[in-house]
Ligand binder design. Structure first.
Ligand SMILES: Nc1ncnc2c1ncn2[C@@H]1O[C@H](COP(=O)(O)OP(=O)(O)OP(=O)(O)O)[C@@H](O)[C@H]1O
Ligand SMILES: [Mg+2]
Length: 245
């Protein structure tokens, strides 16, 4: 049994049309998954459907064998699935430490939260250095690290990230993906939606292509990266670096 099983899920917003039109996907505990696809394909919607932010109209999502359909986002979070949305939703006028503390607001034991904040600050030295600064004064890369750190306070089993490299310089994106690799090594299953498909697939073990609300291809990341049709349709041409052109 996979950690998360997404079975023929149809989902959409309000009274609007179906955005996901029957997506099936297994998220294994011991591998990271990258979801790619064009704008409007439904990538963010899929993450939101998993964590209860978009209602599932048909089909089923199970986590560790238990259905998630109909649960509230905070209940899903308590079970260990943490969603880091695209919009860098930090509390801008709170410090780094206060933002981390907010990550643990659903935990009952206050001292456990402080302990975990220490753990997170140990993982991200730059956040320790800036712990008393307001979140709004951090660079884009540092804000993204703080988002990762805030998710980690809950010791989740799954972290879903929507476009973590958005708006970041390539070298900073690289640092974020390095941090994600460390989380992967710590046994957290990662699901990442990434606009920079090559970078996302280089990080992940498993790649999925979503298009028009459907899963059109999945496989080991290397397979996705080396498939000529996928390259043509979804990866964009590789820039020539040789001198033979
Ligand atoms: N809150 C919303 N209300 C209504 N429709 C929405 C909402 N959010 C997204 N949609 C629609 O759902 C479809 C899929 O959007 P989604 O954000 O999931 O795509 P995406 O693959 O994440 O695209 P992008 O690469 O641009 O982030 C789009 O047609 C979009 O207009
Ligand atoms: Mg999106």
């Amino acid at each position: 049994m996979a950690l998360i099983e997404i079975d023929d899920v149809v989902a959409g917003y309000g009274i609007g049309p179906d955005i996901l039109t029957g997506v099936s996907l297994k998220i294994e505990a011991d591998r990271s998954t990258c979801i790619i696809g064009p704008n409007g394909a439904g990538k963010s919607t899929l993450l939101k459907a998993i964590c209860g932010l978009v209602p599932i109209r048909r089909g089923k999502v199970t986590f560790d064998g238990a259905p998630l359909n109909g649960l509230r986002t905070d209940e899903i979070l308590r079970r260990g699935i943490c969603f880091v949305p695209q919009d860098r939703s930090l509390f801008p006028d709170m410090t780094v430490t206060e933002n981390l503390r907010m990550g643990g607001y659903i935990l009952k034991e206050r001292h456990a939260v402080e302990e975990r904040i220490e753990e997170v600050l140990g993982m991200f030295p730059i956040l320790r250095e800036r712990r008393s600064q307001y979140a709004k004064t951090l660079s884009g890369g540092q804000q993204q690290m703080l988002l990762l750190g805030r998710a980690l306070v809950l010791r989740p089993r799954v972290i879903m990230l929507d476009e973590p490299s958005l708006g970041l310089a390539p070298i900073v994106s690289r640092q974020i993906f390095d941090s994600m690799t460390a989380l992967k090594a710590a046994g957290i299953a990662i699901i990442v939606v990434e606009q920079n498909a090559r970078m996302g697939l280089a990080f992940a073990d498993w790649g999925c292509v979503l298009d028009l609300g459907r899963l059109v291809f999945e496989g080991a990341s290397e397979t996705v990266l080396s498939d000529p049709r996928i390259e043509e349709l979804y990866l964009g041409r590789r820039r020539r670096t040789g001198t033979d052109g």
